[in-house]
Design a protein around this ligand. Structure first.
Ligand code: ATP
Ligand code: MN
Length: 279
């Protein structure tokens, strides 16, 4: 597919002086790494036609561009139940041409849309939380998963926190799946009540790390691995290894540094993991 790039010189990241063409080039280069984690999953995208400081919108449903993308209707009665998904590298580049900066993905795949297979924990630190406390949070959560014999994978959010992903076989319902993640967040909160909360209410999150397990319900999304963030710095939500946790800040890896990383594939075996939630 030949993709025509309109407004290539439009400034998208004013501070970094990055243009729409820079964003498109980034996605063209990263697409082969990104595709496995986004392919065949319903997505929502953030578009900022006037750059990241202009008006941005979160797009959940397909419209005019429908003929270029694949769509899935979850409920034939409801027009808001139509979602879109990508299947190939060019689809990612086409999204960038359409003004997409951030890609957010579901926890299930269209092949088994009611059975999620990637669990996400998002560690959201309150502003008084130090980076050392945040990293302890990540390690405490990993410990719980290790004790349950569950393999987990780490990425930067490109913003304030880290995300831990746990791949599963698509067996459990959304209800079971998100309940399981909630119980893990509660266990962490009960073990270290002064540091963690599983409750999303702002008031109880003061001086704490919110262990956000709510990305694991139907329709909820999380920023995709390798997606750019529509934030200053042109940061990326980047997969890193567990050994890199103490070395890499949540907003450290960006549109340039991602390609300079020695560790080209920190998430080896992600799709070979054979683990499931017992129903
Ligand atoms: P940070 O580390 O800075 O918290 P993050 O990726 O964890 O970064 P957000 O970008 O604030 O946090 O995203 C919060 C969640 O809400 C994500 O799962 C995202 O998919 C979802 N989301 C973001 N924007 C919208 C929106 N406008 N409408 C609905 N959901 C959204
Ligand atoms: Mn977060």
């Amino acid at each position: 597919m030949d993709i025509q790039i309109t407004n290539p010189n439009k400034i998208i990241y004013p501070k970094e002086k990055l243009t729409k063409l820079d964003v498109v080039k980034y996605y063209a280069k990263i697409a082969k790494y990104m595709l496995p984690y986004i392919k065949n999953r319903p997505i929502s995208v953030i578009r900022c036609h006037e750059g990241i400081n202009g008006e941005c919108f979160f797009k959940k449903h397909p419209n005019l561009e429908k003929k270029f993308i694949k769509t899935i209707k979850l409920d034939s009665e409801n027009k808001d139940s139509e979602y879109f998904y990508l299947t190939k590298e060019d689809d990612i580049i086409y999204q960038a041409q359409m003004g997409t900066i951030e890609f957010h993905v579901w926890s299930s795949n269209i092949k088994h849309i009611q059975k999620p297979d990637i669990m996400t924990f998002d560690l959201d630190p309150d502003k008084e939380i130090s980076i050392d406390e945040l990293r302890k949070g990540v390690k405490d959560l990993k410990n719980i998963l290790d004790n349950l014999k569950l393999k987990s994978f780490l990425k930067t959010s490109g913003g304030k926190g880290y995300h831990i992903l746990v791949p599963f076989k698509p067996k459990a319902s959304f209800e079971k799946f998100s309940e399981f993640s909630k119980q893990i967040a509660i266990l962490l909160e009960e073990t270290f009540p002064t540091l963690y909360t599983s409750n999303s209410r702002k008031a109880v999150r003061k001086h704490k790390i919110f262990i956000d397990w709510q990305r694991n319900s139907k329709g909820a999304t999380c920023i995709a691995p390798y997606s750019l963030r529509a934030r200053n710095g042109a940061t990326v939500s980047a997969p890193i290894s567990w050994a890199e946790l103490d070395k890499i800040q949540p907003n450290e890896i960006d549109i340039f540094s991602i390609f300079k990383r020695k560790n080209k594939n920190p998430w080896k075996n992600f799709f070979d993991i054979d683990q499931e939630i017992i129903r």
